[in-house]
Design a protein around this ligand. Sequence first.
Ligand code: AIR
Length: 406
Amino acid sequence: MRIVGKHETKLEIFCLPSSTFNLSLNPSPYLCAMQKIGILGGGQLGRMLLQAAANYPVETFVMENDEECPAAHLCHHFIKGDIKDFDAVYNFGKNLHAITIEIENVNVDALEKLEKEGVKVYPQPSVLKIIKNKILQKQYYQQYSIPTAEFVITNNLKELEDHISFLPAVHKLGEGGYDGRGVQILKSKEDLSKAFNTPSVLEKLIPIDKEIAQMVAINEKGETALYPPVEMLFDPDLNLLDYQLCPADLSTQTIYKVEAIALTVVRNFRSPGIFAVEMFVDKKGDVFVNETAPRVHNSGHHTIEAHYSSQFDMLWRLMLGYPLGNTDAILPSIMVNIIGAEGCNGDVKYEGLEEVMKIENAFVHIYGKKQTRPGRKMGHVTIMSKEKQDLLHKSNKVKHTLFSKT
Ligand code: AIR
């Protein structure tokens, strides 16, 4: 191996010159392994993805507008830039081997150009185009006969008024919403003031028994790996995840349905990547797709400690061309989001952290966001235990002990 001089890049440390082993021009990726991979977005998902990257021969790049974002200090190269801007995304990606996203709201045209020029994009831009627009996403489910709640499209408030008989329903902004933003429940005509005046989906309210999520990884060869489905409980006021249980309490028959539907969703995208398929189970045991995220997701955070290969580890395996990981649970788990407290806006202080760290098998993740805001995801805690009662008891304790305040 060569001694690396100051003028040489890190890349050369691991990328042995092909003449050393008399390799062809296209050496095995396992020998010339230091790939350059970029992440668009620098929030908590990017941060946890980078934590997992530390195990592998990969040089990481992050682009995000905020230099103080959670992922900024964990990557090899941070580039300040607007992930929604064509030139910024194109220039960021053009010298990379591969690029992924940790939020959907990115410039897809630039990703398409990069893909044409040979940069691998996870998920492919064609998938992002469908998923980042809730209208196209619903039409995709229709196209592949994937069960989903009945819906109509409303381009403005005037059109919405023609569908009063469709209420109660959920109004979802076509583009740009996340973490409960861009979603309004419209029970009756009186709620129309909350509705969106831009292209949106109006979706029938389903009598939900359970809300679940199924994570699926799919590689270039089309091989898939499924994590056990998780069950989600929401804070009805904030429309944000309250806590999440793994495995979901479902009959074997329902699990089969959930897996089959999730695989139909993912396979028809014809793109490698990791996907979180969010679904509703109604009182009769029928399963409906709510929406899909084509990336690492909140519903997979527990996999960091509670599963052999985490969702973050899995995405690196996929992108680096390694075998898929083991999705089995080590132990059942529950995950509690730490959400910015109501009425608190400003520099964050955590209350109850030490108390929570005394709980056996509770794993704390603080995302490093400088500012707390009501409803903002500031961290999460995963608890592992053989007993469901123990999980529920401990998660309740976390919820009533740990706060993100000012
Ligand atoms: N995210 C992306 N889509 C949904 C969510 N929750 C994550 C990403 C993104 C971060 O939330 O990691 O970067 C943004 O969080 P915030 O609190 O800055 O809005």
